[in-house]
Design a protein around this ligand. Structure first.
Ligand code: LLP
Length: 428
């Protein structure tokens, strides 16, 4: 079952809580609303899929870095996948076990690698210069670093080019013709580097598990080659990237179980520990962005629903032409006429849309309108463009209570920040 659904009364619910009721009790501004039980269910789905394998679920923090959500995922046993020093600091602060943390990235900075070395997190090697920096970081920290080679397997993930990462011309990872250079470099630094495995990440929003299977076949072949040179590598990290049902068409998409099942035998046959790095598939479907309708207008052949949320709160449609399902939280009158609307925000540019050509009844001013599947890469990519303030976040808990898990940012917060940034006294 899914946490957000329309019930018989025609209202949208999050678990057993009417979204309309939440709107009436919280500040009148756009807000993110999560289901905590859905987060738990998503983790449990991965855990059940992974039964019988030694594994680490490394949650990709970039998808959503709300502190309460991080704590919840950590308590459920997840590790963390980091792509910056600050994400590493946040993960440590949220209590993640460093031995379940993986530091990724094509431009990791030396000072951040030093922290990673001190804390004993896994580090994925991305390039020649990255390897050199890891060696230096190891010496500064006085600690040997567990490294995985991030291999670029040149598998096409069949997704939007902005979220494809494992093609041969992408900026990520190491191509196979360079593998030997890296193995020799590791051998040359026995005090600094311990090679423990191989990593790949193909891209994001992947909806065919065969793609993961193709990559895993290549990866275990690399592992065989690496082992043949005497390295005791135990970890296969297949990255993240499993897609979700953004279109809400009821199409059957692969679940965590399907993903793990396609690699299970390969992993067992080589006696490997499996690391996975899911972001979207753990958190995207647990949340809606709840907006208020400001008004409706028509220009030329276009109808527009203007809402208070925008590309500042949720940029995926503008940036990737991504589809996220939109609906009204209250039932429309029986005889309501359905029209095609572009759902847009108040931000001053035409890239500011949340959805295009959506069939909806004409909403009243103030009506609630949600953008679904907003748990991943939405709040974490929110900005203060046009001086819109990042929204508050709430979740529905197991007992049906609603609590705030992040305050909405205010103009006053920003003024205090400006004061610090520009050395301007507040009331001059
Ligand atoms: N591991 C690595 C090395 C990654 O680069 C990523 C995401 C993940 C794991 C998690 O992937 P996921 O399971 O969430 O697909 N902002 C874009 C998505 C960018 C994903 C970047 N890498 C979006 O909104 O669609």
């Amino acid at each position: 079952e899914h946490c957000f659904s329309k019930k018989a009364d025609g209202f949208l619910y999050c678990e057993d809580v009417k979204v309309q009721d939440v709107m009436e009790t919280v500040e009148k501004r756009p807000f993110y609303l999560y289901s905590k039980p859905q987060i738990t269910r998503n983790v449990v789905a991965y855990k059940q899929a992974l039964e019988g394998l030694n594994s680490i679920i490394g949650y990709a923090i970039k998808a959503n870095n709300n502190y309460k959500i991080l704590e919840h995922l950590r308590k459920l046993g997840c590790g963390a996948v980091l792509v910056s020093g600050n994400e590493l600091r946040l993960a440590l602060r949220a209590g993640f076990d460093p031995t379940k943390c993986i530091f990724n990235g094509n431009g990791k900075l030396l000072e951040d690698l030093v922290l990673a070395a001190q804390e004993g997190v896994f580090v994925n090697v991305d390039s020649e210069f990255d390897l050199e920096n890891i060696v230096v970081a190891s010496r500064i920290a006085g600690k040997k670093v567990n490294v995985l080679l991030r291999i670029n397997p040149d598998v096409d993930p069949q997704v939007h080019p902005y979220v494809a990462t494992g093609n041969k011309n992408s900026k990520f990872g190491i191509r196979n013709e360079k593998l030997q250079w890296f193995l020799d470099a590791v051998k040359a630094h026995p005090n600094e580097l311990k090679l423990v495995g191989a990593h790949c990440h193909l891209g994001s929003t992947i909806t065919k598990v065969d793609i993961f299977r193709d990559a895993a076949v290549l990866m275990v072949n690399y592992i065989d080659k690496i082992r043949a040179q005497g390295f005791e590598v135990d970890y296969l990290n297949i990255g993240g990237g499993l897609g979700i049902d953004y279109y809400h068409t009821g199409a059957v998409l692969p679940k965590p179980r399907n993903l793990i099942d396609t690699v299970r035998e390969l992993v067992l046959s080589r006696n490997l520990n499996l690391i996975i790095e899911p972001g979207r598939s753990l958190i995207a479907n647990t949340c809606c962005l709840v907006n208020h309708v400001t008004g409706v207008k028509t220009n030329g052949t276009k109808n527009f629903i203007v809402i208070d949320g925008s590309m500042a709160e949720l940029i995926r449609p503008s940036l990737y032409d991504a589809y996220q399902h939109i609906e009204l939280v209250s039932p429309a009158p029986q005889d309501a006429e359905i029209s095609k609307f572009d759902v847009v925000g108040p931000v001053c540019e035409s890239a500011d849309f949340l959805g295009k050509e959506r069939e909806l009844p004409t909403p009243d001013r103030g009506a609630g309108l949600v953008v679904h599947d907003a748990g991943a890469y939405c709040m974490s990519m929110a900005s203060t463009y046009n001086l819109k303030m990042r929204p508050p976040e709430y979740w529905v808990e197991e007992d049906g209570s609603v609590s705030k898990i992040r305050h909405g940012e205010t103009f006053e917060d920003n003024m205090r920040f400006f004061e610090a940034l520009f050395d301007i006294p507040l009331d001059s």
